[in-house]
Design a protein around this ligand. Structure first.
Ligand SMILES: NC(=O)C1=CN([C@@H]2O[C@H](COP(=O)(O)OP(=O)(O)OC[C@H]3O[C@@H](n4cnc5c(N)ncnc54)[C@H](OP(=O)(O)O)[C@@H]3O)[C@@H](O)[C@H]2O)[C@H](O)CC1
Ligand SMILES: [K+]
Length: 553
């Protein structure tokens, strides 16, 4: 898994590398950081030889990286125009050393240095230089950025964005695009009409670990292609678990937890999923949850809906065993007994409740009775969450066997957090919620965040796309999550949720490649799930028992 670090975690990693037992000289790390940009950028720009490159250096170590980049680009055969915003006294020792070396190389032909020194910049000359150059390096601000961009940074960024938007100038950001908050992905000037928005990069070369701000919007939209370089950080530091960790899910992580099917398995091996949901005008939600479960490899699927809804569901998903419960169009507390009896006699492995359930007062009593009366994992989505608003004391004792899958609005209602606070820091609010409710949480969004009830560790999902922004996608995910929750070999419910979310988004990406961003349906996504799992199986480490009985050679 890829660590997703905050600025503070990066500073701690830096300090440990430089001043702890490893004693790596700061100038070495800065040299490696600069080299990483030159190396990763070389392929991106089609070779540095003969290129005119503008390098914008801020007042901190991000700027220091820029000094290294300038020197190395000269060696690579480029001409560099280096704009330096800081005064010598602003810089760290290592940045000063690199600036001193660069000044020895300065001339009027290949290495032109421009010092702001607090005097007004010749904006017209900067614009012309950018227009005449092929590449600009953003070494203005890195993980030290906070607040909104101040002059002259904001003016420089606005000029770079304007020139890049109208021409062929390629923009490479050092560590993180200037104006993007490394912890949350919030950007400078959001919502204000001032000209102090963030820089938009085509490529971001980041160091040591991915920053959380590179995977959350709007910051994610500023980064372009993202390349990570270890810059010579000691391996144990790169792997060390951070306090309060977050990770980006990678395909290999999912392949490692999804165990292939045993050759001697049968339908009972792969779980008995019960979808208990749906009310008359939302039978489709129930059926899509069924579809998601079936296409994710469920052994058996039962669908339990209110009596009046059954007629809409029977025979629609022929693999599911459908039964109408009670006498009305929504579940009541009295119906819980029948569900609990079914759960016992049919040995349900997992229950999913919520899609199209409705929010009648009696339904709340029903949902609570089913949770309290069972011991199996339960996936709670949509209306099952809406009826549980304010029920933290009730839910917390069952939390370790629950997976809650709200979208942002449902999460706001359930948690009481404002939408603004959630959107400003979805990962932080998701962790805060799990610390209070002790459940496994899937906070659906772009990107989706999963938080473990057991560890409170957070996982960010990289798959999925805007073509999935339509009703029903969440219903499919509910069924998939229930199915993955009982997939043989998955170590815990959080892993199951991560696998379901990753595969769901990857199936959406498969559909995006097939159809483009318009018009593919939730059922198309469900039907693409087996193809995604098959691709994962190619990377799966087959346990000894699964090795082919007869080998080719
Ligand atoms: N292991 C690593 O990851 C390494 C990273 N390196 C690079 O170091 C930067 C972080 O360097 P740091 O000096 O901590 O911070 P920055 O260079 O990002 O910027 C700090 C200066 O920026 C000013 N600032 C902050 N916010 C604003 C704003 N809104 N508008 C204008 N100016 C701003 C700040 O001034 P303040 O007065 O506001 O404090 C600072 O002067 C990291 O990103 C990497 O690129 C190392 O080079 C190698 C190891
Ligand atoms: K930067």
């Amino acid at each position: 898994m890829q660590k997703l670090n905050t600025a503070a975690q990066m500073r701690h990693m830096d300090q440990t590398a430089m001043h702890g037992i490893y004693a790596i000289a700061p100038a070495i790390l800065m040299e490696n950081a600069g080299h990483a940009v030159v190396e990763k950028g070389d392929a991106f720009v089609g070779g540095w030889g003969g290129k005119d490159v503008v390098i914008l250096c801020g007042k901190g170590n991000n700027g220091g990286d820029g000094f290294v980049i300038a020197r190395q680009l000269l060696t690579a055969g480029a001409r560099v125009y280096v704009y330096i915003l800081g005064q010598p006294e602003d810089y760290s020792e290592e940045a000063c050393d690199h600036l001193t070396t660069l000044r020895q190389l300065a001339d009027e032909d290949l290495c032109i240095l421009e010092f702001f020194q607090g005097r007004p910049c010749d904006w017209g000359l900067l614009t012309k230089r950018l227009e005449a150059s092929q590449v600009v390096i953003d070494a203005l601000l890195g993980t030290g950025f906070h607040g909104d961009l101040r002059e002259p940074m904001s003016r420089i960024v606005a000029i770079v964005n304007a020139v890049a938007a109208t021409g062929s100038l390629q923009v490479i950001a050092v560590d993180i695009p200037t104006g993007v908050n490394a912890d949350t992905g919030a950007v400078s000037g959001a919502g204000s009409d001032e000209e102090n928005g963030p820089l938009f990069a085509d490529l971001t070369v980041t160091f040591g670990a991915l920053k959380r701000g590179l995977v959350f919007y709007p910051g994610r939209a500023c980064a372009g292609q993202i390349e990570l370089d270890a810059i010579g950080m000691p391996w144990p530091l790169l792997q060390a678990q951070e306090a309060d960790p977050a990770y980006l899910l990678m395909e290999q992580d999912i392949a490692e937890v999804l165990v292939p099917r045993r050759p001697d398995s049968h339908k009972g091996t792969h779980g008995t999923i019960a979808i208990v949901t749906g009310s008359s005008d939302m039978a489709g939600a129930a059926l899509m949850a069924v579809r998601g479960a079936i296409r994710s490899g469920a052994g058996k699927v039962f669908l339990r809906v209110p009596k009046e809804t059954a007629g809409y569901c029977i025979g629609k998903e022929i693999e599911a065993m459908v039964h109408g419960v009670g006498t009305g169009d929504h579940f009541t507390a009295a119906d819980a007994e029948e569900i609990l009896a079914d759960c016992r006699t049919k040995r349900w492995s997992v229950i999913a409740m919520g899609p199209g359930l409705g929010v009648h007062e009696e339904t709340k009593a029903f949902v609570k009775a089913v949770i309290a009366g069972t011991t199996c994992p339960i996936v709670l989505d949509a209306d099952a969450l809406n009826v549980l608003t304010g029920e933290r004391e009730f839910l917390a004792p069952y939390g370790s066997r629950l997976i809650l899958t709200p979208h942002l609005a449902e999460f706001s209602r359930l948690s009481g957090f404002s939408m603004a606070d959630i959107e400003a820091d979805p990962l932080g609010k998701a962790k805060e919620f799990v610390r209070q409710w002790h459940v496994n949480l899937v906070l659906k969004g772009a990107p989706t965040v999963i938080v473990s009830a057991k560890t409170c560790h957070a996982y960010v999902n990289p798959t999925g796309n805007a073509g999935m922004a339509c009703g029903g996608m969440g219903d499919i995910l509910t069924g998939m999550t229930a199915s993955f929750a009982v997939h043989a070999g998955l170590p815990d419910l959080c892993s199951a949720a991560c696998a379901a979310v990753y595969v769901h988004g990857a199936a959406g990406d498969y559909c995006h490649d097939e159809y483009g961003s318009y018009g593919f349906s939730p059922v198309d996504v469900a039907d693409a799930v087996p193809r995604v799992i098959r691709r994962l199986e190619e990377n799966m480490e087959r346990p000894v028992l699964q090795r082919p009985l007869v080998t080719e050679d």
